[in-house]
Design a protein around this ligand. Structure first.
Ligand code: GLC
Ligand code: CA
Length: 558
C-alpha cells in the first residue's frame, strides 16, 4: 500500500493573482481580492492554493522576474496582506503554496544591480558574467524566449551575462555557495511564515554545462537551443539534495517541481526520498507544439497520441513516485481550445476533460477559471497581448518568413494570455473582476460563462467539476481515487481514453469517448454502477457500455 500523505490527498487550485479579483478598483487583481474569494475556493472543494508570484517585480515576465524575494509587490498589496491570507486560509483548512523562482532573478534585483555597478562586487559571482569572444557572446545559445541567451553588459567591453529567459531575467549561478545560502535563508524565512509549501519554477535549469565558442546551430539564426546545456545536467542532484536538506526537509510541506523528469530518474526526483514530493510533466500540455517550442508550427497530433501520453506518464510516474496532474496553468492556453475546436468546444467536452483529469493518479491542479470552463480570448492585434513570450513567438514566426496572418492565428491561439484573462465572476461590469479598468480585457463570453450563473445551475461545468472534486474527498471513493493503482483500458481502441483505478477489491473505471462518433465497449464480467457522467443518461446494460459523442463516465464496482 502506497504511503499516505496529506499532499497526495490535496486538491490544488492555482491562482494567478493579477487576474483573480481586484479589491481596490485599480484594475489589477490583488491579495485582498484572493482573501475575499476564500469562501468560493472552499465551496469549490480545493484545499490548497498555489499562488503565482506576487513579489516585487518589474513584470517583464509577469512576476517570474523577481526584484525582491521578501516583498509583496505594491500592486498586489503588502506583506501583511499575504500573512493575513495565509492565516485566513488556514481557518478554512486551505494551505498556501508560494511560487519559488530561483533559476533567475529580475535584472532589477539588488544583487544584479550591485553586480552591474561594480565588477569587483561579490554579486558578480551570483550570476554568469563571462568574457565574450572578440565582442561576440561566449557561445551561441538561444534563450527560451528567442534570440541570444547572452546580453552585453552596459558600459563594459566584451563582457556578457547569461539569461535563459528574457534579458531582464539573468540566471543565478548555483555554483556560488554564498548565493545558495541567501536562497536557503529566504526559503526558510517564508516557511517560517506558515505556508504549505512551494511550487518550484524552472528548477531543472539551475545546473549549466557551460561551453565556449560556437556549437552546431539548430536553426537559421545561427543559434542552438539552450535546453540541451542547462536542463537536468550532470551534477544537478548534488544541488537539489542540498536544497532539500537545508530547507524543505525540515518542514511538513508540499513541494511541487516544474520539472519534466525522465523515466529513469522518477525515483530520484519524486520517489519517497526524492528531491521533491511531486512534479509536473509537460508532454500532454505541449502535444500541440513541436520540440523546438515554436508556437507557429503547430503539430498534427491525434487523440490516440494524447491518450498514449496520458497513460504513459501515469504509469511511468506510478512505478516510482508521485506526480502533480493538470491540463491548464498560467503558461497554457485553455484546455478545451487546445484539445477541441469548432462546435466541439462546449460544456460536454469541458466536463469530459475534467473527468479524465480528476480521475488520474496524482495531486490534481485546477487552474482558475478551468472549473467554469473559461475559454481562449481572441483579440484584434498583437499589441493587445501582454505576454512577452507571445511577442517573441510572433516575431520569430514573421522572421521565419511565414504568412503574418497565419503566424498571428497560431501564436495567439497558443498565447499564455489566454489563461491570464480576468476571472469571470458574474454578469456585471467587467465580470465582477474590477470596478476600474481591467489590466487585460475580459473575455466577451463572460455573460454566459461566469461563477454566479454556473453556481445556480446544477448542469453547469462548475457543478460538474465540484462533484468531481467532491469524489476525491468522499470517504467512500477517496482511497481508491488517491491511492489506487492506474491500469490502462481500451488502449488499442481509437479515440478512447480510459483507465481503471484499483485498490484492494475496489475498482473505478474512468472512460471517455474523445470523438464525435458513438462508441460501444464491452466491460468484462464484473458489475459496475455509474458514479458520474457528463450526460444525464448512461447506456450501460449488463457489461455493455454505449457512449455518446464525447461522453465520459466514472463507474464503480462497489
Ligand atoms: C516557468 C513559469 C513561466 C515563466 C518561466 C520563467 O516556466 O511557469 O511562467 O515564464 O518559468 O520563470
Ligand atoms: Ca488591485
Amino acid at each position: 500500500m502506497e504511503s499516505r500523505k496529506w499532499w497526495k490527498e490535496a486538491v490544488i487550485y492555482e491562482v494567478y493573482p493579477r487576474s483573480f479579483q481586484d479589491s481596490n478598483g485599480d484594475g489589477i487583481g490583488d491579495i485582498r481580492g484572493v482573501i475575499s474569494r476564500l469562501p468560493y475556493i472552499k465551496e469549490f472543494g480545493a484545499n490548497t492554493i498555489w499562488l503565482c508570484p506576487c513579489y516585487k517585480s518589474p513584470w517583464s515576465d509577469n512576476g517570474y522576474d523577481i526584484a525582491d524575494y521578501y516583498q509583496v509587490a505594491p500592486e498586489f498589496g503588502t506583506n501583511e496582506d499575504l500573512y493575513e491570507l495565509i492565516e485566513k486560509a488556514r481557518k478554512y483548512d486551505i494551505k498556501i503554496l508560494l511560487d519559488l523562482v530561483m533559476n533567475h532573478t529580475s535584472d532589477e534585483h539588488a544583487w544584479f544591480q550591485e553586480a552591474l555597478k561594480n565588477p569587483d562586487s561579490k554579486y558578480r559571482g551570483y550570476y554568469f558574467f563571462e568574457k565574450g569572444i572578440d565582442g561576440q557572446p561566449p557561445n551561441n545559445w538561444r534563450s527560451y524566449f528567442g534570440g541570444s541567451a547572452w546580453e552585453p553588459v552596459p558600459g563594459e567591453e566584451n563582457m556578457f551575462y547569461l539569461h535563459a529567459f528574457s534579458k531582464k531575467m539573468p540566471d543565478l549561478n548555483w555554483e556560488n555557495p554564498a548565493m545558495r545560502e541567501e536562497l536557503y535563508t529566504m526559503i526558510n524565512w517564508w516557511l517560517d511564515k506558515g505556508i504549505g509549501g512551494f511550487r518550484i519554477d524552472a528548477i531543472l535549469n539551475i545546473k549549466k554545462n557551460m561551453v565556449y565558442g560556437t556549437v552546431e546551430p539548430d536553426g537559421d539564426d545561427g543559434l542552438t537551443a539552450i535546453d540541451k546545456y542547462i536542463i537536468n545536467q550532470p551534477g544537478i542532484g548534488a544541488l537539489l539534495s542540498e536544497l532539500k536538506s537545508r530547507t524543505f526537509a525540515n518542514y511538513d510541506i508540499m513541494t511541487v517541481a516544474e520539472a519534466a523528469v525522465p523515466d529513469e530518474q522518477v525515483a530520484e526526483f519524486i520517489g519517497p526520498d526524492g528531491y521533491f514530493n511531486m512534479s509536473f510533466d509537460f508532454r500532454a500540455a505541449d502535444i500541440d507544439i513541436p520540440e523546438t517550442g515554436e508556437w507557429f508550427k503547430p503539430t498534427d497530433w491525434t487523440v490516440n497520441q494524447l491518450r498514449d501520453i496520458f497513460l504513459t506518464v501515469q504509469t511511468q510516474v506510478q512505478n516510482a513516485g508521485w506526480g502533480a496532474v493538470y491540463l491548464e496553468n498560467h503558461d497554457q492556453n485553455r484546455s478545451v481550445n487546445k484539445y477541441f475546436s469548432g462546435s466541439a468546444v462546449n460544456d460536454v467536452t469541458k466536463k469530459m476533460l475534467g473527468t479524465i483529469l480528476l480521475g488520474f493518479r496524482g495531486t490534481p491542479v485546477i487552474y482558475q477559471g478551468e472549473e467554469i470552463g473559461m475559454e481562449n480570448i481572441e483579440l484584434d492585434s498583437i499589441d493587445q497581448y501582454s505576454d512577452i513570450q507571445t511577442y517573441h513567438q510572433y516575431q520569430a514566426g514573421i522572421q521565419a518568413g511565414l504568412d503574418s496572418g497565419y503566424v498571428y492565428k497560431t501564436v495567439t491561439h497558443r498565447s499564455r494570455d489566454n489563461s491570464r484573462t480576468p476571472m469571470q465572476w458574474d454578469q456585471g461590469k467587467n465580470a465582477g473582476f474590477t470596478d476600474g479598468a481591467p489590466w487585460f480585457p475580459v473575455n466577451d463570453n463572460f455573460v454566459d460563462i461566469n461563477v454566479e450563473r454556473e453556481r445556480n445551475n446544477k448542469d453547469s461545468v462548475y457543478a460538474y467539476y465540484k462533484s468531481l472534486v467532491a469524489l476525491r474527498t468522499d470517504s467512500r471513493y477517496k482511497d481508491v481515487l488517491v491511492y489506487g493503482t492506474v491500469i490502462p483500458m481500451f488502449d488499442k481502441m481509437d479515440n478512447i481514453v480510459a483507465y481503471r483505478r484499483q485498490l484492494d477489491n475496489q475498482e473505478l473505471q474512468i472512460i471517455a469517448n474523445f470523438q464525435e462518433n458513438e462508441a460501444r465497449l464491452e466491460l468484462g464480467a464484473e458489475k459496475f454502477k455509474v458514479l458520474l457522467s457528463n450526460y444525464e443518461n448512461v447506456d450501460l446494460a449488463n457489461t455493455k457500455l454505449y457512449l455518446k459523442p464525447y461522453q465520459a463516465v466514472i463507474l464503480a464496482n462497489f
